[in-house]
Write a protein that binds this ligand. Structure first.
Ligand code: FES
Ligand code: FES
Length: 180
């Protein structure tokens, strides 16, 4: 039997000519998939796995609507080939809450009214979480600069920066409390 005849045990897509097997953990669940070499991570998430929280805005790496975390680093899923992420851990907006609790940045977005239409929001939040993990931003100006790849057509930037800043400062407060 050749490789093109093997069936996919998880039912996530039968192999056929020209596809490549990949194993990717998405939001804590391992997926074994057969993908065409040109399939973007964004299309894999949205079209194959129906995780439609990550949005397709430009599909050219210019708007950030598709931002997800790959091994804790923020990436534009539209510019990322799924086959290049064999073995990776991907977190999408759907995977941020745990035990029924939103991520603190999701709470902060709600608190600061940091969205209008919501189209950019999942990308903004994933990008913000990546930014916070990077630990480079210290000021609102730095948050703006380091989030500049995430566009918001509604112009909610002021509130988005305020939400990220709140989590940045909350983290600092917690460290301060621990040191007291
Ligand atoms: S859809 Fe990926 S950057 Fe715009
Ligand atoms: S909230 Fe509408 S695009 Fe940002």
């Amino acid at each position: 039997m050749d490789a093109t005849q093997t069936s996919n045990r998880s039912g996530e897509g039968a192999g056929h000519a020209g596809t490549i097997p990949v194993t990717i953990t998405i939001n804590g669940k391992q997926h074994r998939l057969e993908v065409e070499p040109w399939t973007s991570l964004l299309d894999l998430l949205r079209e194959r796995l129906h995780l439609t929280g990550s949005k397709k805005g430009c599909d050219h790496g210019q708007c950030g609507a598709c931002t997800v975390l790959v091994d804790d680093r923020r990436v534009n899923a539209c510019l990322t080939l799924a086959v290049m992420k064999d073995g990776a851990n991907v977190t999408t907006i759907e995977g941020l809450a745990s035990d029924g609790q939103l991520d603190p940045l999701q709470d902060a977005f709600i608190e600061h009214d940091a969205f209008q239409c919501g189209y950019c929001t999942s990308g903004q939040i994933c990008s913000g979480i990546g930014l916070l993990k990077e630990g480079k931003a210290r000021t609102p100006a730095e948050i703006r600069e380091l989030m500049s790849g995430n566009l918001c057509r509604c112009g909610a930037y002021v509130n988005i920066v305020a939400a990220v800043e709140q989590v940045l400062n909350y983290g600092a407060d917690k460290q301060g409390e621990a040191g007291r």
